[in-house]
Design a protein around this ligand. Structure first.
Ligand code: APR
Length: 236
């Protein structure tokens, strides 16, 4: 059975990484237009660097939770039949042991050079304008996909979803496209679809089954169920 999992900020919430649209979410404290658009970066690069430098630094204080570990366990069991597509820019899936992870919105621990295009592994700040290790240009930006930019890996994601038997959405509000449209793509190709989220999302009614609660409880239970061969209940 082929499984495609889409994760959003909710899977990392219990690790202490803030979500975007919940109370206390990042977009409560920051204006998207100020920090997450190419226009904002062109107009006020220092503000944008400060925002992402702080988020990158905060990664050192958080750890994967049982939901990330459960997905790593699923990969151990089914290998190439699993693809995790994440909207998250943290590295908690990888730190839990997952290797088949596609970061469609980029990664905090990566810096992209606007001169040569290199995507460099990056753990430090960018605000002091370090040079690109590849070409030396002082044009490194956060390797994060901003509003108005095209997410990474869309062809690979479309192919994976078209061939998947089960599509599972975990911890995402379904507020941001194209990710919010993946469930419809999966349904068109005959997949069974499951939502695991703290509360109803914008897309709950599109899923065959939806379970609501904390990811640290729902995800390990679902992985146990899947590996126990019980499959996923339709309806609901
Ligand atoms: N367990 C499960 N789900 C949770 C938990 C939890 N402990 N805590 C919160 N959630 C759910 C919320 O109910 C909400 O539906 O996670 C979802 C988080 O939604 P958003 O904050 O909108 O995050 P996300 O869906 O990942 O946002 C998508 O928007 O701003 C952009 O680029 C950013 O990748 C991000 C994209």
């Amino acid at each position: 059975m082929k499984v495609t999992v889409l994760t959003g900020a909710g899977i990392s919430a219990e690790s202490g990484v803030p979500t975007f649209r919940d109370a206390d979410g990042l977009w409560e404290g920051h204006d998207v237009e100020e920090v997450a658009t190419p226009e904002a970066y062109a107009a006020r690069p220092d503000v944008v660097h400060r925002f992402y430098d702080a988020r990158r630094a905060a990664l050192a204080t958080v750890h994967p939770n049982p939901a990330h570990h459960a997905l790593a366990r699923l990969e151990e069991a089914i290998g190439d039949d699993l693809l995790v597509v994440t909207q998250n820019v943290d590295d908690l899936h990888e730190r839990a042991g997952s290797t088949r992870v596609l970061h469609m919105h980029g990664e905090l621990r990566s810096a992209r050079c606007e001169a040569c295009g290199a995507r460099n592994r990056w753990h430090d700040d960018l605000g002091h304008r370090p040079p690109c290790p590849r070409c030396g240009a002082v044009e490194l930006r956060p390797d994060v996909v901003w509003f108005g930019e095209i997410p990474y890996g869309m062809d690979r994601i479309a192919t994976a979803i078209a061939g998947t038997d089960l599509f599972v959405s975990i911890g995402t509000s379904g507020a941001v496209y194209p990710a919010a449209g993946f469930v419809q793509h999966a349904l068109r190709h005959g997949a069974t679809t499951l939502e695991l989220n703290l509360a109803r999302s914008n897309g709950t009614c599109l899923f065959d089954d939806a379970r609501h609660g904390p990811a640290t409880e729902l995800v390990p239970a679902w992985v146990d169920e899947l590996l126990g061969g019980q499959g996923v209940r339709r309806g609901g």
